[in-house]
Design a binder for this molecule. Structure first.
Ligand SMILES: [Zn+2]
Length: 134
């Protein structure tokens, strides 16, 4: 083979011997396989992403519904509260005072159990006679 002729066109054709061509073919085949795998993975990722977006929209809708329901409930309860009208602060203080007094009185209560039941006699009378004997 006349290498002198080859050398004049090598800058356009490249230097390709049989080994290099085989190696290039193998590398190209590997590239094709990798590309196909990548394309498959991208398709799978796209499907997953679409699923995630759908789920996210559903969650978003649920959250919005929850928020709307809660806001409506809150507004309804606010209206309910205002229907009671304004309460006089002295009424509140009297109620609190009475409740505390009642609780204090209950602390001093004496509970008697195991009292024998007597026919034809009211429990009030029996308990009064019991208290008198103490
Ligand atoms: Zn070569």
């Amino acid at each position: 083979m006349n290498f002198a002729v080859l050398l004049t066109i090598v800058k356009f054709t490249g230097w390709v011997c049989t080994t290099c061509r085989e190696s290039c073919k193998a590398r190209f085949h590997n590239l094709e396989t990798s590309h196909a795998k990548s394309a498959e993975e991208i398709a799978s990722l796209s499907a997953s992403l679409a699923g995630l977006q759908r789920d996210m929209h559903q969650l978003d809708d649920k959250l919005n519904n929850l928020f709307t329901t809660n806001t409506t409930n809150f507004q309804a309860s606010a209206v309910e509260k205002s229907s009671y009208g304004t309460v006089d602060p002295t009424v509140i203080s009297v109620t609190v005072h009475n409740t505390l007094q009642d609780m204090h009185r209950c602390q001093r209560n004496v509970i008697v159990s195991g009292f024998p039941e007597v026919d034809d006699v009211d429990d009030k009378i029996t308990s009064r006679s019991f208290v008198k004997t103490i």
